[in-house]
Design a protein. Structure first.
Length: 453
């Protein structure tokens, strides 16, 4: 009897529990979106409901339907709950709920939460998770208030509050779902809306442990930030500044031509922030110049930071990869930063994550091209589809949600491929691999050299 009980528990590794929790939430969301009360007009097909649910749970923001038009108010609330639970993780809410009821946290739950939110194990994990939930609701509340002040001039009080809440939750969870037909393009030059959305995206994207450490540093100046937080803040700030400058340079004589300097700067800042895993846009992404498209794809691939609501290879992986390459050029094998040495295991994991991510994008992009109905088009248009599919794949994996207008034209099979990529991007390619095949004890044989490079 005991053996029968222990075997399923042994099979349910932390990685599998994490993957199953996301799968369960996606399926629940799909079922809810298929009900008539979730739609305002025609019913959704199973694939469209699955795509919408996956995009919400994986906080991606890619949409095959007009959320504000084709979903009812109940359907919109369903998507909001999906990207709220998807951003923080259903296990987070479960642990807090059971903890408040007096239930202790199991070892597996503790391991999942530590791998999700923390860079090093902590004994006060439950207090940290409670703080994460409390700070999330507080930040989203402040964002809702700021957006309400602006939306109140365009909508009735009740509608303005609802729009503000939806977009605040969507921004903090780095989802990018909008109830407006053209996203935030009507607010391109609005400083309050842009700055509020950008702040929510950045705070949600740097990771909860970083927010926690910065908060403690402000309260207690003597407390030092961890190496993880220093790297995240440095890389995040650098990418925003460099991305904004390059966007302005690339688009000054293109999509920003004729705009005021302040609007140009605001648009550049916004579109330097939003590719970092949140698909809001204030300009038509499909009309961007080629250098800007390349810049956007690069930012989308890097994505947000570990322990956040965003995806991508993560800012820390990008930083460590650059340091690995730089040190190799200098003839050094290790990586030292801020008077600390990064463990070799972390460096190896970084290389594996980057390779697995790029390989996943390559496979799905190749599949999209193989099953594309554009094969009968002239070569010039086919090449155009090639760029759009790469953009779509990177956006899906980075859980960004920006699109060059390709999402709505995808076939059923292509939508399923994007669904897989969104899921892999949210849970992580290595976590997905470990859930399928748990790592076994490593066997070491006699070494033999192989020529490389």
């Amino acid at each position: 009897m005991n053996n029968h009980i222990r075997r399923p528990l042994k099979i349910l590794t932390p990685a599998r529990i994490l993957v199953l929790s996301f799968l369960g939430l996606i399926l629940a969301g799909t079922v809810l979106l298929l009900f008539p009360f979730s739609v305002s007009q025609r019913g959704l097909s199973f694939i469209d409901a699955l795509f919408t649910s996956t995009s919400a749970v994986c906080v991606t923001g890619l949409a095959v339907i007009d959320i504000g038009k084709e979903l009812s108010t109940i359907g919109e609330i369903v998507t909001m709950l999906l990207f709220q639970f998807g951003g923080l993780g259903i296990i987070t809410f479960s642990v807090v709920l059971f903890g408040l009821m007096g239930r202790t946290i199991s070892f597996k739950e503790r391991e999942i939460l530590q791998s999700t939110f923390l860079h090093t194990p902590r004994r006060d994990i439950f207090l940290v998770i409670k703080w994460v939930l409390f700070s999330t609701l507080t930040i989203e509340g402040i964002g809702t208030l700021l957006l309400f002040l602006r939306f109140a001039s365009d909508f009735s009080a009740g509608q303005a509050l609802y729009q503000a809440l939806y977009h605040s939750v969507s921004a903090f969870n780095n989802c990018g779902y909008s109830l407006f037909p053209n996203n935030l393009m009507n607010y391109q030059g609005d400083w309050l809306v842009n700055l509020t959305i950008m702040a929510l995206i950045i705070i949600g994207g740097i990771g909860f442990i970083v927010i926690y450490e910065v908060y403690n540093r402000v309260r207690h100046p003597r407390k030092k930030l961890s190496l993880h937080s220093k790297i995240v803040l440095l890389v995040t700030g650098g990418l925003i500044v460099v991305g904004a400058i390059l966007f302005y340079i690339f688009e000054a004589q293109h999509i920003l031509k004729g705009e005021s300097t302040s609007t140009g700067i605001l648009t550049s800042l916004f579109h330097s922030v939003t590719p970092r895993t949140c698909g809001f846009n204030t300009v038509d992404v499909g009309q961007l110049s080629n250098p800007t498209i390349l810049l956007t794809m690069t930012l989308m691939l890097i994505g947000a930071s570990p322990g956040s609501t965003g995806g991508g290879i993560k800012t820390t992986s990008f930083a460590l990869l650059m340091l690995i390459i730089w040190n190799r050029f200098r003839g050094q094998e290790g990586v030292n930063i801020y008077n600390r040495t990064v463990p070799r295991e972390i460096l190896t994991r970084t290389i594996a994550i980057v390779f697995a991510s790029v390989f996943s994008i390559f496979l799905v992009t190749s599949f999209l091209l193989l099953v594309s109905p554009s094969e009968s088009l002239p070569p010039v248009q086919s090449r155009h589809f090639f760029v759009e599919y790469i953009f779509e794949s990177i956006s899906a994996f980075g859980t960004v949600g920006l699109s060059m207008g390709t999402t709505a034209t995808l076939t059923g099979v292509q939508k399923l491929a994007i669904v897989f990529l969104m899921f892999a991007g949210r849970v992580g390619p290595l976590t997905l691999a470990f859930s399928w095949h748990a790592p076994k004890k490593e066997i070491i044989y006699a070494e033999e050299s192989v020529m490389v490079g």
